[in-house]
Design a protein around this ligand. Structure first.
Ligand SMILES: [Cu+2]
Length: 357
């Protein structure tokens, strides 16, 4: 709610700011919507010799579980969803630990530089903080709750390095390719203390969603298109991360494909509002980390895939002097999860950008 109030205050403050000069109707870099909504990565290129630094904060909140697109409560998960590790020593037939919520915050520091008008290089350092709350059911059956616990991880995430190659560069329409690789700078052997159904508190390797990195070099490919006319702007982007090798722990994360399209409206010469749709398709984990095992959905490589359609409301503002401030709020319109899996409630992205040459 705090985030919503901030967004509303900023929207009001900028909407009521006096209109300065008449703005250029083309894809002028001084337009607030010459950049896409802040949740879109690698949306723009720079002219030869230009630099840009950026800081983004992303917060994501997940609560409650879905099986496919249907809600499923913890009692039902604990009594009906099979545990893939059943048959191994001490493993009950159904899941007995149920995640109830997860929060993820990311701090992202970005650097862009254009060695030529054709190519812009981009790198991003990510610092990730994750926490997950769980309820543990007592023993191998029934709906008696033994207790709750939380696990937390934080540290450097993976580091995407990309080249943006300009294909069309007209004043009112731009298209570029995104080619890159995500470097495995995030750890994937993070541990935490859990509460087991047998009332023990061992420290073990945490399940896949709590790890910070993929552990593999992951190719990135995409296409990004933007256009402008009058007070309006619009664009679309495809961006995929491919997992092409197994990591040292014996698995690979699922491929991630994102398709997004947006429209923007220039409210004042300094401020634009945006509406965006984003479709995400994330595959299941292939292979398995032998160190990750337990009667919990997050330890099952086949319960991590997801399809999601998000709606985003955004605001871009460009101050005198060129500093940009942007906000975007996203919430799912539809989710189809290889569940049970935690459902995404909302995401907030806030960013500051500054470029010079
Ligand atoms: Cu930039």
């Amino acid at each position: 709610m705090q985030h919503l109030r901030l967004l509303a205050t900023l929207a009001f403050a900028t909407a009521t700011a006096p209109v300065m000069a008449d703005h250029d109707p083309s894809g002028d870099p001084a337009r607030p919507d010459s950049h896409a909504p802040i949740g879109v990565m690698g949306d723009h290129v720079h002219d030869k010799g230009e630099w840009m630094v950026s800081y983004r904060f992303m917060s994501m909140s997940m609560a409650g579980n879905l099986l496919g697109s249907d809600a499923i409560d913890p009692d039902t998960i604990a009594t009906t969803i099979p545990n893939r590790f059943f048959g191994m020593p001490g493993q009950p037939p159904t899941l007995r630990i149920v995640p109830t919520r997860m929060d993820m915050d990311m701090h992202m520091a970005g650097l862009m530089w254009a060695p030529s008008d054709r190519v812009t290089l981009m790198a991003m350092l990510n610092y990730v903080e994750k926490s997950m709350d769980h309820v543990t059911y007592q023993g191998g059956m029934g709906t008696t709750v033994l207790g709750t616990f939380s696990t937390e991880t934080s540290g450097l995430g993976d580091t995407p390095l990309s080249a943006l190659v300009s294909l069309v560069d007209q004043p009112d329409a731009k298209l570029h390719a995104i080619l890159g690789v995500s470097a495995p700078t995030g750890e994937n052997d993070e541990t935490g203390t859990v509460l087991t159904p047998m009332n023990m508190r061992p420290t073990i390797r945490l399940p896949y969603p709590m790890q910070l990195g993929s552990g593999t070099w992951d190719p990135i490919a995409g296409l990004s298109w933007s256009a402008w006319g009058g007070d309006f702007g619009w664009g679309a982007q495809w961006r995929s991360t491919f997992r092409v090798e197994d990591n040292d722990e014996g698995y690979r994360l699922g491929d991630e494909h994102r398709l997004t399209t947006w429209g923007s409206y220039v409210l004042t010469p300094r401020t634009s509002l945006s509406l965006r749709l984003e479709y995400l398709d994330r595959g299941d984990v292939e292979g398995q980390d032998p160190g990750i095992m337990g009667p919990v959905q997050t330890a099952d490589p086949d319960r991590l895939g997801a399809e999601r359609l998000d709606l985003g409301l955004g605001l871009n503002h460009r101050f005198d002097g060129g500093v940009r401030l942007a906000l975007e709020w996203l919430t799912p319109l539809h989710q189809d999860l290889d569940g049970p899996q935690l459902e995404t409630d909302w995401q907030l992205v806030a960013g500051l950008q500054y470029s010079w040459d």
